[in-house]
Design a protein around this ligand. Structure first.
Ligand SMILES: Cc1ncc(COP(=O)(O)O)c(C=O)c1O
Length: 409
């Protein structure tokens, strides 16, 4: 019994990445589907499931998500409430009480949600000062990143990514068959603007993903740099998932002036709704119409929409929680500076990046803390080897973390 092997997979991908012409690509795609047809015709006896998978997907490593509370709790043998979760930049205060109330009185869970999320977009228009026609909601900002790529990128198109940054841009680009041109950030994590301009001129990428404040270091992009990039012939996606913690104004209303700018935001951080999955974006009108056509009709669930609306009904709570987290960030920073083996970086967000120094191993530090039920994020990629990121929690979380860090001195 012969098992189908699509041997063109790696050569196809290799050529693809090096930008060979569409003739080769089409020929190889044709070969793959001819082989598959033979299998289905019965010329060969067995078809394996992965014969059906698109070739470029076979090379992608799976996304490494953070472990959910229940799994962590079983693994560590501790109750979920005992775990101090400082690894995913969640908002430990959760949403305002209006959200639980709204969910508890949900009347029509059996009816599909409004595909246009009209109530939520009206509430967001009031919240942001930008008219609702410029706003589209999604199942988290994550969905919108993928949706933008699906609308903009043909296989083989290029995007610019500025690592270290949120890894979903690179991940979604790979899923969408796009190529990623990396322009690493400078040692202070600011953007390398001259290099970005050079790469845009040379490689003609279609879009750039920028994050302000940036995850994982918390630095922000100033107006001057952003305006320089907006002058380039490419679509600029500005991810403001953490903007509330920066003390700066969102640039959502810039989309009225800049036809090549998209601004993304989320309820995950500002409103403690990461589990309910609601994000939103501000788009130029010339772009948003195509996202409406391409999005899944019911991408924002009834529960997600009413939760987000309920959260916006209590702006005083959102402001208070944000202030607690900003205050706690400053206290945490001062305390981390005193840890002899950590070098924290100033942050405009709800997390602090630290270099692990004095010969201590960052991975071991993460593991030692995890064994004490304190979860932080460890990095071991090219740009951030030997770094950890610590989310800002409640004061008692900081206190427990500091006790554990002291034990590890
Ligand atoms: C920079 C950045 N953008 C977007 C997201 C995802 O947001 P959402 O939870 O709305 O999908 C995250 C999540 O951590 C993030 O760090």
């Amino acid at each position: 019994m012969s098992v189908l092997k699509i041997s063109v997979a790696s050569s196809y991908l290799g050529r693809f990445i090096h930008g060979s012409g569409s003739v080769n690509r089409n020929r190889e795609r044709g070969m793959a589907s001819a082989m598959l047809s033979e299998q289905l015709d019965g010329t060969h006896s067995k078809v394996t499931g992965d014969s059906f998978i698109r070739l470029h997907l076979k090379k992608i490593s799976p996304y490494q998500p953070i472990l959910p509370f229940e799994i962590l709790s079983a693994r560590l043998g501790r109750k979920p409430e005992e775990i101090i979760k400082l690894d995913a930049n969640e908002n430990p205060y959760g949403p305002p009480p209006e959200v639980a109330e709204a969910l508890g009185t949900l009347k029509f869970p059996y009816v599909y949600p409004d595909p246009e999320s009209r109530r939520l977009r009206a509430a967001l228009a009031e919240d942001s000062g930008l008219e609702s026609e410029y706003i589209l909601a999604g199942c988290g900002a994550d969905e919108l990143i993928d949706l933008i790529m699906r609308c903009v990128l043909d296989p083989g198109d290029k995007i610019v990514d500025c690592p270290p940054t949120f890894t979903m841009y690179e991940f979604d680009a790979a899923v969408n068959g796009a190529l990623v041109i990396k322009v690493p950030r400078l040692s202070n994590f600011s953007l390398d603007i001259p290099r970005i301009i050079e790469v845009v001129n040379l490689e003609k990428p279609k879009c750039i993903f920028l994050t302000s404040p940036n995850n994982p270091d918390g630095s922000i992009i100033n107006d001057e740099d952003l305006l320089k990039i907006l002058k380039l012939p490419l679509l600029v996606v500005l991810d403001e998932a953490y903007i509330e913690f920066s003390g700066l104004q969102s640039r959502m209303n810039w989309v009225k002036k800049h036809d090549n700018l998209i601004v993304l935001r989320t309820f995950s951080k500002r409103a403690g709704l990461a589990g309910l999955r609601v994000g939103y974006g501000a788009f130029p009108l010339s772009i948003i119409q195509y996202l409406w056509r391409a999005k899944q009709p019911y991408n924002v669930s009834v529960a997600a929409e009413i939760s987000a609306c309920a959260a916006l009904q209590n702006p005083g709570y959102l402001e208070r929680v944000k202030n607690f987290l900003v205050q706690e960030r400053e206290r945490l920073f001062d305390l981390l500076e005193k840890v002899p083996y950590l070098k924290p970086f100033p942050s405009f967000s709800n997390f602090i990046l630290c270099e692990v120094t004095s010969g201590k191993d960052a991975k071991k530090l993460k593991e030692d803390l995890a064994n004490m039920a304190v979860m932080i994020r460890h990095y071991n990629n090219k740009e951030l080897s030997g770094f950890v990121r610590i989310s800002v929690g409640k004061p008692e979380h900081t206190d427990s973390l500091m006790k554990c860090l002291k034990l590890l001195e």
